[in-house]
Design a protein around this ligand. Structure first.
Ligand SMILES: NC(=O)c1ccc[n+]([C@@H]2O[C@H](COP(=O)([O-])OP(=O)(O)OC[C@H]3O[C@@H](n4cnc5c(N)ncnc54)[C@H](OP(=O)(O)O)[C@@H]3O)[C@@H](O)[C@H]2O)c1
Length: 294
């Protein structure tokens, strides 16, 4: 049996998927990834809302040392108009995962967000005061606090604006590249006043590997040094590739009629992580884009 047996909840998603692909090749690591509604190859079904479901992955045999909880209802505007479903999928699911961790003596790693802040004075460090301003954000903070209060050994990674390779190409950067590949015509109204620190999901996986091996606990921000608004992020993709069928319209957030309020000056500072790991290199959006071809 390997030293680190990592159960990944939400392995069909962007962050969980990258962690699965990276950690499974690291020495001493054994990894099992679960999906909730999107059955992808190599993943196991696990219903976090019904731990007694007879089709659930056999966690008893796997005996996880760590449970990476990267599952949540992540559509921010949908959460705003469906608060009960958001509570169920983001908070209640976490309560059930805490029970699992108790049963197996596993440490939990929870993926949280800069949306725990109100976006008045980002980018934020780990000690900044939280003040969530949307349903999604309140539920993410509630789940984060459940994990932190359960055990001081648990680990929380706060991330934002994650991009990278994923099965469904849902993330903003991957989706734009795909639109270029398919010559899709679109006019995108994008906020010029929502700033964050984009991070490649693969860098999250690499950072997590170090944190697990060193038995780190508590809250860590994981972010690159890019500080961009959505228009700037889209421009980087359009400058890299000849995507002529997508037109960007820069708008103020107030013009977009998004259901959920957004932190405007968001983003995270990774100084705590970088002082523990001064040689860790966070890649940039440009490096990701220049590693790709249309
Ligand atoms: N992407 C970002 O920019 C960003 C920023 C800040 C924080 N985060 C956090 O990072 C985590 C991962 O996000 P992501 O970008 O990888 O999102 P994603 O690609 O939308 O993946 C979400 C994952 O959650 C799973 N899921 C949904 N409801 C679930 C439930 N009740 N129980 C278990 N799993 C459930 C989904 O499974 P199925 O698809 O199989 O249903 C999917 O695997 C989330 O907690 C999110 O809040 C992401």
């Amino acid at each position: 049996m390997k030293d680190y047996r990592i159960l990944i909840i939400g392995a069909s998603g962007l962050v969980g998927g990258n962690c699965l692909h990276y950690l499974q090749f690291q020495e001493g690591f054994e990894v099992a990834g679960t999906y909730f509604s999107f059955a992808a190859e190599g993943l196991y079904f696990y219903d976090t809302l019904n731990p007694g479901n007879k089709d659930n992955f056999d966690i008893d045999s796997f005996k996880p040392t760590h449970i990476l909880h990267a599952g949540a209802l992540t559509h921010v505007d949908y959460c705003e108009t469906h608060p009960e479903e958001s509570e169920l999928k983001t908070v209640h699911s976490t309560r059930n995962i805490l029970k699992l961790a108790d049963k197996f003596g596993s440490r939990i790693i929870y993926i949280s967000t800069d949306y725990v802040f109100d976006g008045k004075s980002g980018p934020y460090d780990e000690k900044a005061e939280v003040n969530p301003i949307s349903v999604y954000a309140r539920h993410k903070l509630e789940a984060e606090m459940l994990v932190r209060n359960q055990s001081g050994d648990n680990l929380v990674l706060r991330v934002t604006n994650v991009y990278g390779d994923e099965i469904r190409n849902k993330n903003f950067v991957a989706r734009l590249i795909e639109m270029g590949q398919n010559h899709e015509k679109a006019i995108l109204n994008l906020p010029v006043d929502q700033f964050a620190t984009p991070v490649n999901a693969l860098d999250i996986a690499k950072a997590l590997h170090l944190l697990i091996k060193d038995n780190k606990s508590g809250v860590y921000n994981i972010a690159s040094t890019d500080y961009l608004n959505r228009v700037q992020l889209a421009q980087k993709v359009l400058n890299r590739f000849p995507i002529n069928d997508v037109i960007i319209n820069a708008k103020e957030t107030s013009e977009l009629n998004q259901s959920a309020p957004r932190p405007l000056q968001g983003g995270l500072k990774s100084l705590k992580f970088l002082s523990d790991y001064p040689y860790f290199y966070f890649s940039s959006v440009d490096e990701y884009l220049y590693s790709k071809n249309l």
